[in-house]
Ligand binder design. Structure first.
Ligand SMILES: Cc1cc2nc3c(=O)[nH]c(=O)nc-3n(C[C@H](O)[C@H](O)[C@H](O)COP(=O)(O)O)c2cc1C
Length: 226
């Protein structure tokens, strides 16, 4: 069970990191995490994922362009279906996670300006030195998005195992035109599914203590034996 214990520790260590140190990650380490991520299963082994990683000047360019776009009120334009409003228990969990984050940041729940500032930190990559942008093929749909998400999770677990942090960000997928222009990509990249900021976590930041709880396994599982 030693492997399982280790895996449990790594999975438990992964969290959505929303404050990073500026220290860049070694390129070989990033490449290793990508190779590990690529072990993820996919339908018929189609591997419907590509990623573009922005660092240095490219990331600076992107941060400026995204922050400008969002601050000027440009609405998001998702290439992969945007989520509808959550309902019932899903809405409750969404609010609970947001309240925990705002409380850690000292942001009052009804302080609209401070909440907007907090949201804007998404587009500064929470101070991370790298951001990965995951694309599915142009003709891809639910199946490809699900496969690419497995890649994403394996990537984030690999980073966690290396002592790195990451934040998956749907917010970053709302501005594919800005991402393409800043990274000088063509439309052949397919559809932008997800952005992931990553780097060394700033464990002293108050947001590091935010740990949204999970439902007990008995609430999400039924065993059928007869
Ligand atoms: C597909 C996806 C999109 C997400 N988008 C964002 C985002 O735009 N901004 C953000 O701060 N967190 C985002 N998150 C992080 C979730 O809020 C976080 O995973 C959840 O609250 C559980 O917390 P944990 O990852 O720390 O366990 C996203 C997570 C996923 C899986």
């Amino acid at each position: 069970m030693r492997d399982l214990d280790q895996f449990e520790a790594i999975a438990g260590r992964r969290r959505a990191v929303r404050a990073f140190l500026p220290r860049p990650v070694d390129r070989a380490l990033i490449a290793r995490a990508i190779a590990i991520a690529a072990t993820a299963p996919s339908s018929c082994n189609t591997q419907p994922w590509t990623l573009h990683i922005a660092s240095g000047a490219a990331l600076d360019r992107l941060r400026t362009a995204l922050t400008e776009a969002v601050s000027s009120g440009r609405p998001p334009a998702y290439e992969v279906e945007a989520a509808d409003r959550y309902e019932g228990p899903f809405r409750e969990r969404q609010i609970d996670a947001a309240v925990r984050l705002f409380e850690a940041q000292g942001v009052g729940r009804y302080n609209t300006a401070a909440r907007a500032q907090s949201m804007l930190r998404n587009f500064a990559f929470f101070g991370a030195p790298h951001a990965a942008f995951l694309f599915i093929p142009a003709g891809g749909g639910l199946r490809e998005a699900a496969d690419c998400s497995k890649f994403a999770q394996t990537f984030m677990l690999a980073l966690a195992a290396a002592g790195l942090g990451s934040c998956p960000q749907g917010a970053l997928s709302g501005y594919p035109a800005v991402v393409r222009q800043a990274l000088r990509l063509g439309s052949e990249t397919g559809k932008l599914l997800l952005g992931i900021s990553f780097g060394y976590p700033d464990d002293d930041d108050p947001t590091a203590r935010v740990r949204p709880p999970r439902c007990p396994t008995q609430d999400i599982t039924r065993f059928h034996d007869d």
